[in-house]
Design a binder for this molecule. Structure first.
Ligand code: KG4
Ligand code: ZN
Length: 351
């Protein structure tokens, strides 16, 4: 079953064609990073306008790359939550128009479910063994950071075990990048510079590091770095910037790795998965793999293209919904919140 997936929840416009076994037939992503860079973060209105400009060409490029016509597609899947509502609306309205015009069924996909199932998306040259169910997944992106137990590949079989109480891990990477003047987004820059830094030269405390809790916090460490930079009378040298990147990255990835492995052991599962944009981070990949293996767990971390925002994961999650006979109506709405039940409340601790 071939499905066209559309993604426009934040600053990537994506269209992909994937079948219900997870094989990618085409995957096109247009990134808006250059558009938002001068503002140091995503400007929602600019994001919506750019999705509007890019979506048609991106969908056509995906169909061309797969050498398929819309008549050969069996359904249209679209991210309809969570994200920037104006940005989501562009994708949702386009998906409705395409599905209506081609007389195909439409399904909405929760962006977080897309990230959680991304480990099953298979691309030529990147054939990883799929994780065994049930598994524990760390989802760490620019907007969300949480641990989930995934019982089956359906949103009603996914339970949040705990989440960040404040900033997402990717948001913290981006804020550190901004404080250090590394440009936007900071995550990939911090990852690059950390390689030449020495983490031992900078003392940072990991907030909420206790492994028996699945809850996290990343705003305190950002404040520690801001204070450290403010306290200096002159600009940091290149080596000092690299040292701060290394210390920050070691602290955050150490906490994330310890939490996901501890959660998997508590849950009694054999498999650990990592997803979301921060899963592209080399130190996080290495730490989770090493710590997981040391505890006898099987660790699956998809290639970075499956981790950062893309429409292939949305098409796959949608293909599974369509294969189960699920459909959404033409009244499908875009909304900023996830449909997954949450246990951690931002800023207020446990319910
Ligand atoms: O999943 P994603 O593409 O979009 C959201 O749904 O948020 O994640 C984007 C986030 C950004 O905060 C970005 O800085 C971070 O993922 N990121 C990284 C790396 N690559 C992307 N963070 C750390 N190291 C990386 N290599
Ligand atoms: Zn995402």
């Amino acid at each position: 079953m071939l499905v066209l997936g559309i993604e426009s929840s934040c600053d990537e416009t994506g269209a992909a064609i994937v079948d219900d076994t997870g094989r990618v037939h085409a995957d096109v992503v247009h990134s808006q990073v250059g558009l938002h860079a001068e503002y140091g973060g995503v400007v929602p209105e600019l994001a919506s306008r750019d999705h509007l400009r890019s979506l048609g060409p991106v969908v056509r490029a995906a169909l061309t790359a797969a050498r398929l016509g819309l008549d050969e597609i069996e359904g249209v899947a679209v991210t309809h939550r969570p994200g920037l509502v104006g940005a989501l609306l562009v994708g949702v309205q386009a998906a409705k128009g395409i599905a209506w015009g081609a007389r195909k069924p439409l399904v909405g996909v929760d962006h977080l479910v897309g990230h959680l199932l991304a480990a099953f998306v298979r691309r030529d040259g990147h054939d990883l063994a799929a994780p065994r169910l049930p598994f524990v997944c760390l989802l760490a992106s620019g907007g969300h950071t949480a641990l989930y137990r995934v019982e089956a590949l359906r949103s009603d079989a996914i339970a949040e075990l705990g989440a960040t109480r404040d900033d997402a891990a990717g948001e913290a990477f981006d804020k550190i990048g901004k404080i250090l003047g590394l440009g936007y987004p900071g995550g990939p820059q911090v990852d690059r510079l950390a390689a030449s830094g020495d983490a031992r030269r900078v003392q940072l405390k990991a907030p909420m590091a206790a492994e028996d809790s699945a809850e996290m916090s990343f705003s305190g460490i950002k404040t520690q770095v801001a204070r450290l930079v403010e306290a200096r009378s002159e600009a940091l040298s290149d080596q000092e910037v690299a040292d701060v990147c290394a210390a920050f990255q070691a602290t955050v990835t150490g906490t994330l790795a310890a939490k996901v492995v501890a959660a998997a052991l508590r849950e009694g599962v054999t498999d650990v998965v990592v997803g979301g944009g921060v899963a592209a981070n080399r130190e996080l990949r290495r730490r989770v793999t090493e710590l997981g293996r040391a505890h006898g767990l099987s660790v699956t971390i998809p290639p970075p293209v499956n981790c950062t925002d893309n429409a292939a994961m949305i098409a796959f999650a949608g293909a599974l919904r369509l294969a189960r006979g699920e459909r959404d109506g033409w009244d499908l709405v875009a909304t900023g919140r996830t449909a997954l039940a949450r246990t951690t409340r931002k800023g207020r601790g446990r319910r």
